[in-house]
Design a protein around this ligand. Sequence first.
Ligand code: JFZ
Length: 443
Amino acid sequence: MKKFFLFFYCLCISCFVFAQKNYTPAPENLQARQWFADARFGLFIHWGPFSIPGDGEWVMNNRNITVKNYSRLMDFFNPIQFDAAKWVGMAKDAGMKYITLITRHHDGFSMWNTKYSDFNIMNTPYKKDIVKLMADECHKQGIKLYLYYSLLDWRRDDYSWSTGRTGKGTGRTVQGNWNDYLSFMKNQLTELLTNYGEIGGIWFDGHWDQTAPEGAADRSAKIDWHYDEIYGLIHKLQPACLIGNNHHMTPFPGEDFQMFEKDLPGENKSGLSYQEASDKLPVETCETINNSWGFNITDTTYKSNEQLLHYLVKASGLGVNFLLNIGPMPNGEIQPEFKDRLHWMGDWLRTYGESIYNTNAGYLKPQAWGCLTQKTDKIYVHVFDNKRASVILEQFPFKKIKKAYLLKDKTAVKTQLKNDMAQLFLPDNIDEPDEVIVLEVKN
Ligand code: JFZ
């Protein structure tokens, strides 16, 4: 028993002692969390020299490309078709409120003008700072920019690759100094949070490289990430900047939102999501359109418009944001399969947006027929199954339904409220992938 407690104690210590202790979020940070929680829909962009082989962003690891050989990609990353205004405009047209951009993925390439690594965009034939171009355009078009930053690095000797799980085949022989790596990250983060105006948040990834895989009993990290310093630095430079970390665990102190990957909270289809959803912090889940984050030239497993829509709506039904990914092509263009789906989502949101943005989770969890989103005096009933004649809402939390109608055209919907059970009788001509019924309710 004693041993067990000691083990448990060590586990807690190793998870939390290094996170930002005694963190009290600034008022502007709390405001930014609320904004984020209301935003509901964002665009994830996985893009960089890893897009060139057309084999996903893990290509360096998966094909054991050495640092020397991989560096050649820098000589031909030249995305002449890239147009930040078009990308940001496309996200806005899709009804997205924010963009999360890869600034440096596990391959270690920096998409901005950094002083701290030569492996960066200014040394490509393109020679233009992608983060700057995107940041300026986001600020101009009024969309928030979040930055993905990898903690894991498959190139650098000073990254603790010897204790890591991935990137073992990139030809490194020397284990450098961990403190050098930590300083490097802090320097880079300082650049990102100083030179690019307001940054909505930092999306960390790679923590899991230093832990046992998901589902293992002991998930403590093999090295000290010094999150106290890293998180403290970010919150000092931009107090409103939200920190999230894709470690697939309960949020650490100092983090401002929680993320899930390829799963809605409570589901664990990916085998990556054993953690419980936070009831204190805003939560986000990210998903791909096909099955790849970075451009993959053979992956044609595109999800349908309806599948993507149902993901967004179910996420909203759980009170969670949806960060939908695209992997643009190496020339800076976005393939039509992605563009078409984003535009379709935007069209849907132009009609149905009020049932998604600024809503809370439904009082019922998502059901086989659909799900609920809520505002103080309204319940939005999202019916995915359009063959149904009626929907029953058990334990209905309001005393009265004042009005019930289809959101798209105000067609009245018949309802019955008896013994805490509301029944809605659906008109027989419903044919939408998500027919939304508005219930104006009163206690
Ligand atoms: C991570 C990245 O590795 C991936 O490339 C992408 O950026 C995605 C959004 O986030 O995905 C993971 C996270 C955890 C593991 C593997 C991939 N893991 O624990 O092995």
